[in-house]
Write a new protein. Sequence first.
Lengths: 259, 306
Amino acid sequence: MNTPAIRQWSWRNTLGVYLREAEYQFWGMLRMPGFALPTLLFPTLFYVFFGLIFSHGQSRDILTYMLGTYGTFGIMAPALFGFGVGVAMEREHGILALKRVAPMPPMAYVFAKVAMSMLFALLIVILLFILGGLFGGVRLPRREWLGLAATLILGTLPFCALGLAVGMRVSGQASAAIINLIYMPMSFLSGLWVPLHFFPHWLRELALALPAYHLAQIGLSIVHMGDGSRFTTHVIYLLVFTIICLRFAQIGWRRIQDR
Amino acid sequence: MDRQHDSQTVLAALKGVSKCYGSITAVDNLSLDIRRGEILALLGPNGAGKTTSVNLLLGLAWPTTGTAELFGRSPREVATRRRIGAMLQGAQLGGHARVSEVIALYSGYYPNPLALAEVLRTAGLEGLETRPVVKLSGGQKQRLLFALALCGNPELLFLDEPSAGLDVESRRGFWSAIRRLKEAGRTMVLTTHYLEEADALADRIVVIHHGRIIAAGTPAAIKGTLAQRRIRCMTRLTLAQLRALTGVTSVKQDGPRLEIVAAQPEAVVFELLKLDSTLHDLEVSGARLEEAFLALTDETRVEKTA
């Protein structure tokens, strides 16, 4: 083979692999209408219907509150579906095997999907903030806009971990159904569609077990609309939840590797 | 570098590898060397253990016992994998990314990738670079898999059932691409269940059946062993009598008729007619590869007991 000067591999090349992988993943998902459209449209349409149209004339507080709840609802989707369905499908279609054989660091695969989820979360946040700020008259100090945005974007992480744990285990065919069975009931039971104080007491207790509830409460407490529970409790819950999911994902990964 | 020495260099090896899935032994104490510059064909029927052998060499499967080595090291090291490329069986590419984008992504994993134009030319994907992967035909997707395997300019290429799903014309094109890669000095391992394909491409054929190597040698030698014929007829002769004939690989009852597999059918038919003048419904046909494999395994069993 006539290879001229053999170039050495450096950390810069590795960094390049991570960035290209993320770029490829993001554009791939953005160009997939079955993923991009519901992900970007559901939270924004819910906000328009239930916030801007149905609550018309009521206090702006509801519109601020809904930025936190529909924001949480929105950012869960790219993480859960991107990982849960994406990993299951790529595993089943032999794409994961292709990447394992290629000299790609396995973490680049995870990083790319996290970056994709966060970029989608950013788009959802921008869309909701434009709707709330320009059309709903929501007024917040800049610090709170940024705090809420950061919460929603970083808040994708626990759901990335949950999706990864599911995607490592379930079949590609079953994955979309299973993710929906997690996503929809969790959104409802965490008070993302109907505020929790409309729920019977025992159902409210259930919300405490759900990561979506805790993320929404962090966001809401930033705009001073939390239910009075402690900020650090929510953060610790989400950290522990993420670690448990990653542990399950790791077990799944080992099972794939040891085949 | 000294050529003689070069061709002795072992790039990849399985050393006494067994691989069990539960109670099923997919690969059974198999040892294999892949030497620099050769095209090695793993030939065998479906389920013989070819893909498992390749997966063991690639680090996609881990041996139950024994070791798999790539360049004398673990196949799971990223640095080792920079020197190989692989076309995996059953990998289904999809998504809305364009052909050139997918190739660019995979090229980026390697330190010295080939130029995009060269990859497209070798894989026969010219003119398709802007097409989204989802819109490719089955054969085109297969060629894209080939492109992804070779884009990193690897020293060693693994091609698992590379021509599966290709029509006759694309298969010929594919074969000439493989020959050009060989002329450029690349080492290749390919699996196939077509003797014709192994014969057309390989320097060395290893025949695998039930996870074991049952024959290994040059294509000419293997073809001689595997080119079996099937004789079917109605005869009064017993199975035992037929088995005793020279040149008979195997005999079995097929309804009222007897079925004999032999390398030289003429001599066997001559003997048959001498022994049984009432013999009728005679039919000689080419044996299927599966039958030839069976013949080989029977032979090895006989050799072992002898």
